[in-house]
Design a protein around this ligand. Structure first.
Ligand SMILES: *[C@@H]1O[C@H](CO)[C@@H](O)[C@H](O)[C@H]1NC(C)=O
Ligand SMILES: *[C@@H]1O[C@H](CO)[C@@H](O)[C@H](O)[C@H]1NC(C)=O
Ligand SMILES: *[C@@H]1O[C@H](CO)[C@@H](O)[C@H](O)[C@H]1NC(C)=O
Ligand SMILES: *[C@@H]1O[C@H](CO)[C@@H](O)[C@H](O)[C@H]1NC(C)=O
Length: 439
């Protein structure tokens, strides 16, 4: 089975194999050169159109974007400490917009605490809402970013509540959020209603947001989203095979992995025994950054050194490097109740029945926030814009570094244009069958 460009190996590629691989690819692509040349022309033309339509973010949106990075790391850190949580997937900019919704419906301290959590005390109310809306519209725009990112938000209140018209209108306008009243006391049908809504609004990609309803008398914010990064340069769809992902030394999951060699942002931090790789997403407005320890280990050690400052240092050290890359081709579905984590960050009133003032939502002081569910599915696939194949006939891919993502790692989607963090998370245990260790 060592013939043809897409041969399968059962262990990590070494550098020699990686070179062979790119040489095979090179042969494979020669025949496609004419076709590819045309496609490249088309891509260049559409990129130029997108660039000319580029909007500049307002001052307030810029501030909120910057602050989303701090929110990302503090939220991640608090969630990572929780026992029994393995995979994590959150979108800090979407969390920020849910916080905005609380500010919109809240009064007094209940509302001002939102600004504290967002570190936006100086931003006037109206600018807070328009700024958050502007930021989210910018980063999730499918046209300028060629991204698949479906975001649905809904606020559920108990059947006794009446949502005020002004709130309904503003929450739709700024946060694209709808409201529903639901009889939480009938747990089974409320669970069904919520999960069905989430599944429907994400084309089935988020099948379950919530397993149980703990508090039946409060309001619930639900985010359901589907995110599929579109690489700046695709993987070849045939460069995929089955491999093992070592969730731990004693637990290997069978998954699909995709492989390619290319020039990527790379940095090896020998002191912290980890490597970092940044892969640009379509139109290079954002990139998916992987932070991976050299060896299989649980992520505690890396999480201890991970903070905003360290992250900025790592990002500043990334350099274009030839890399033979193997990535899980998996879909990750995660749902988190963020309520208690947001409380830790300072949102203490909205969720406290005796203190909450959400009277801008309901006209009365009769409502508190019982939970904030954040459910997301991220699908890593081979898809992206066409490869620039010229690289394969140069010597730039000689002796590539190996980046073989077969054990737990931390990742984030960093937006280059707005400097915000679109997603942060970790993959500890991908979906898949347990593999026996005989290989
Ligand atoms: C991304 O761009 C490709 C062409 O480069 C197109 O086929 C695809 O539909 C686009 N996807 C999205 C989500 O815009
Ligand atoms: C709600 O606030 C009151 C008054 O500050 C406090 O005594 C109580 O412990 C809080 N309840 C919760 C659940 O945090
Ligand atoms: C919230 O209440 C305050 C004070 O009553 C009011 O000035 C403000 O316009 C209200 N906001 C909304 C969105 O209704
Ligand atoms: C493809 O890559 C080559 C060199 O690596 C570069 O000169 C060329 O501009 C690239 N083409 C496109 C369309 O990006």
């Amino acid at each position: 089975n060592h013939e043809g460009p897409f041969r399968v190996t059962l262990r990590p590629m070494d550098s020699l194999e990686a070179i062979n691989l790119s040489l095979s690819l090179n042969r494979f692509f020669t025949m496609w050169q004419n076709v590819v040349a045309l496609a490249l022309l088309a891509t260049a033309a559409s990129a130029a159109t997108a660039a000319s339509a580029d909007k500049v973010l307002s001052q307030h949106a810029t501030t909120l974007a910057d602050n989303s990075a701090n929110l990302a790391l503090s939220l991640y850190q608090d969630m990572a400490k929780e026992k029994n949580v393995e995979n994590i997937l959150i979108s800090p900019v979407v969390v920020a917009s849910s916080l905005g919704l609380v500010a919109l419906g809240g009064k007094a301290t209940t509302a001002t605490q939102v600004k504290t959590v967002l570190n936006a005390a100086k931003v006037p109310d109206e600018k807070l809402h328009s700024g958050l809306a502007e930021l989210l519209t910018e980063v999730s725009d499918p046209k300028t970013r060629n991204v698949t990112w479906k975001i649905s938000n809904r606020l559920y209140g108990p059947s006794t509540v009446n949502f005020v018209d002004a709130f309904v209108k503003s929450s739709k306008k700024h946060y694209n959020c709808d409201q529903s009243k639901i009889n939480f006391k009938d747990k089974k049908s409320s669970l069904n209603a919520i999960n069905e809504w989430a599944a429907k609004s994400t084309d089935g990609k988020v099948p379950e947001v919530i397993k149980d309803i703990e508090k039946t008398d409060g309001a619930m914010i639900i985010n359901a989203m589907f995110f599929k990064p579109h690489w700046d340069e695709e993987f070849h769809h045939k460069m995929v095979d089955n491999r093992g992902f070592m969730a731990s030394h004693s637990y290997t999951v069978s998954i699909e992995m995709m492989h390619r060699t290319g020039l990527y942002d790379f940095y090896d931090d020998a002191t912290n025994k980890l490597s970092i790789l940044g892969m640009p997403l379509a139109h290079k407005k954002s990139s998916l950054v992987f932070i991976m320890p050299h060896q299989v280990e649980n992520l505690d050690r890396v999480e201890k050194v991970l903070n905003k400052k360290q992250l900025d240092i790592w990002l500043s050290k990334l350099q274009q490097t030839a890399v033979a890359l193997s990535l899980p081709k998996v879909s990750m579905e995660v749902s988190h109740n963020l309520q208690k984590h947001l409380e830790k960050l300072g949102l203490t009133e909205a969720g406290n029945k005796s203190k909450a003032d959400l009277s801008n939502m309901s006209g009365k002081k009769d409502l508190y926030l019982s939970s904030v569910f954040h459910a997301a599915t991220m699908e890593l696939s081979t898809e992206g814009n066409e490869m620039n194949t010229t690289i394969f006939s140069s010597d730039k891919l000689k002796s590539p570094k190996l980046f073989y993502v077969d054990h737990p790692f931390i990742f984030l989607v960093k937006d280059q244009k707005t400097n915000s963090i679109l997603f942060i998370g970790r993959m500890v245990r991908p979906k898949g069958e347990k593999m026996r260790d005989e290989l």
